[in-house]
Design a protein around this ligand. Structure first.
Ligand code: HEC
Length: 99
């Protein structure tokens, strides 16, 4: 029997690979080298000390938003592979911020 922990703790450090693939995050991002988008290290560095960063970023992942790193905004979920639940957005953001 395989037991899987379903309840995600507030800090999800394990890579949510399936979500990342489904949303094509690595099409534009890498963990440590800026590519078409800032690297996840850069993003974590920038937001680590901001108290509401996780909420703001999770919202942005779901709804999209204006660009403020460069000129290219990140596309909304509909253009990335499908709808993203609030919970999944938080899982992704927690992982990004732990990089
Ligand atoms: C089509 C390219 C593309 C894809 C796919 C993509 N991103 Fe991005 N992402 C960007 C760009 C470009 C930016 C910089 C936007 C800006 O300047 O605000 C960005 C910014 C971000 C930021 C920082 C947002 C901010 O407000 O500072 C986070 C966090 C992020 N991406 C996470 C993800 C995650 C997680 C995924 C997968 C669900 C993903 N991205 C998929 C292009 C992409």
């Amino acid at each position: 029997m395989i037991l899987v922990a379903v309840a995600t703790p507030a800090i999800a450090q394990t890579e949510p690979t399936e979500l990342i693939n489904r949303q094509h995050c690595m099409f534009c991002h890498t963990v440590d080298a800026p590519f078409l988008a800032p690297s996840f290290h850069q993003i974590a560095e920038r937001y680590r000390k901001e108290p509401h960063a996780a909420d703001v970023l999770a919202r942005k992942l779901r709804l999209g938003g204006r660009a403020h790193w460069g000129d290219t905004p990140m596309p909304p979920p509909s253009e990335r592979g499908g709808p993203l639940s609030a919970r999944d957005a938080h899982t992704l953001v927690d992982w990004v911020l732990s990089q």
